[in-house]
Design a protein around this ligand. Structure first.
Ligand SMILES: [Zn+2]
Length: 435
């Protein structure tokens, strides 16, 4: 008896259709094999082998195809191994970019200026300290010249290669990108082979991130001078500002900038301009009060708005008097229409400014035990033009002999700093939550 057994495309026949066979039922442990009985003889097929042979025959027939696939795989492998740039895409944006990889002494580096463009970061190079502060996603990474460590938060991380400075360019080891993706900003940076996905919108969750602290006066302008001990306002407020900066940086995730770090003169307009240029989220100007009335004492915190009381006008005049140390050209700008229009910009932040003023007033009175003179407002030149919530703190009176004595002590200065810090912390907690 003759059978015609139709072959399928790969040259196989269907057993049951061609031969009178009996197939033994498969058991769980022999899933990979199939037993059949034909002419009372038992045949054992290994299913894997059948499949391999099927695959081999396909490859034989499609040898050209196989060659093409192997070439494509090899090419893509070679490309990813030797790719000299990352392609950058952005979440929620059609923007595309690329990041060049440089080989320096056979090590892979990224140009820091490329990183700034790609991550919209900020750079502050200090040749004296030999540091490079790189602010990315509103957090600071500090690199050191010719050094393989990067400081992030309170920890140092190894980059395995030194930072390189070549022809005025700063090159950061490529490993920095891995730290960004795996440790520093896993929500904002994802690396996939030679592709980087950046989420710039994730960084907007930090609302209060950069604060400018402004120690009043300085240099040729001593500010108020104590009646008995001849203490200078400029020295006391600088100490308080530095201590406040320390407390904020040590305890909150914020960047703190001072309008002056030493005894130097800074014009009133330059102080707010500094805060605006650095896109600060808060501006806190620190002062000591003075009055003809030597018995006047206590603490008051101000926000910008025309003075309503004689007392507030007197403090306004006292602080605005600092412009007499400025050159005539500089003074002119305080009466310019542009500058007056800046008041309107500040009024955008009026509610926040009043809020911070109240928090700061309460905190100072609590920590210092001073007379609570209450929240005030006046037209201070130093607050005009600030594009952020801004306050002016009058810690205590240098014109009062008891308060001058207290202002001299480290304890009092540190308590004042602690009080300002506490109020900023409270303000940040409130507004970050609202965001
Ligand atoms: Zn002052």
């Amino acid at each position: 008896m003759k059978h015609t057994c139709p072959e399928n495309k790969s040259g196989h026949i269907r057993l049951g259709a061609c031969l009178p066979i009996h197939r033994e039922p498969r058991r769980a442990e022999s899933e990979r094999s199939m037993k059949i009985i034909y002419n009372l003889k038992r045949f054992n097929f290994n299913i894997n082998i059948v499949r391999v042979s099927s695959c081999c025959s396909w490859l034989k027939r499609d040898f050209q195809m196989k060659k093409i696939i192997i070439i494509i795989i090899l090419l893509s492998l070679t490309f990813s191994l030797f790719a000299n740039e990352y392609t950058i895409s952005y979440v929620n944006s059609s923007r595309k970019d690329h990041l060049q990889i440089y080989q320096l002494q056979n090590r892979s580096y990224i140009d820091i200026y490329d990183l700034i463009r790609v991550f919209e970061a900020k750079l502050d190079i200090n040749p004296n300290l030999q540091t490079i502060d790189f602010t990315i996603f509103n957090k600071k990474c500090r690199f050191f010249f010719d050094n393989k460590w990067v400081k992030f938060g309170k920890k140092n991380y190894n980059l395995y290669d030194n930072i390189k400075i070549q022809d005025g360019n700063f090159y950061i080891p490529k490993y920095f990108l891995n730290l960004c993706a795996n440790k520093f900003f896993p929500d904002c940076v994802v690396i996939n082979n030679n592709r980087i996905i950046v989420n710039l919108t994730a960084m907007e969750q930090y609302l209060i991130k950069r604060i400018v602290i402004d120690p009043g006066h300085g240099g040729k302008d001593p500010g108020a001078v104590g009646r008995i001990l001849k203490l200078k306002e400029k020295d006391i407020v600088l100490n308080i500002a530095k201590e406040t900066k320390q407390l904020l940086e040590n305890n909150l995730d914020v960047e703190i900038l001072l309008t002056r770090e030493d005894d130097r003169f800074v014009s009133l307009g330059d102080r707010t301009e500094f805060a605006n240029n650095h896109q600060a989220d808060l501006f806190v100007s620190i002062h000591c009060n003075a009055s003809r009335n030597t018995r006047a004492n206590g603490t008051e915190v101000y926000y910008l708005s025309p003075a309503k009381t004689t007392e507030a006008r007197a403090v306004e005049a006292l602080e605005n008097d600092a412009i007499r140390f400025e050159d005539p050209e500089s003074i002119k700008r305080y009466t310019d229409l542009d500058f007056i229009l800046y008041d309107m910009r500040q009024s955008e932040y009026l509610i926040e400014s009043i809020d911070l003023t109240e928090m700061c007033q309460k905190s100072l009175v609590k920590e210092l035990g001073t007379n609570d003179k209450g929240v005030k407002h006046a037209n201070f030149y130093v607050l005009r033009g600030a594009f952020m919530p801004a306050i002016l703190v009058e810690v205590a009176f240098l014109s009062n002999k008891w308060e001058e004595q207290r202002l001299k002590s480290n304890w009092f200065q540190n308590q004042a700093a602690k009080a300002i810090y506490e109020s900023i912390k409270q303000f940040k907690e409130k507004y970050d939550k609202m965001n």
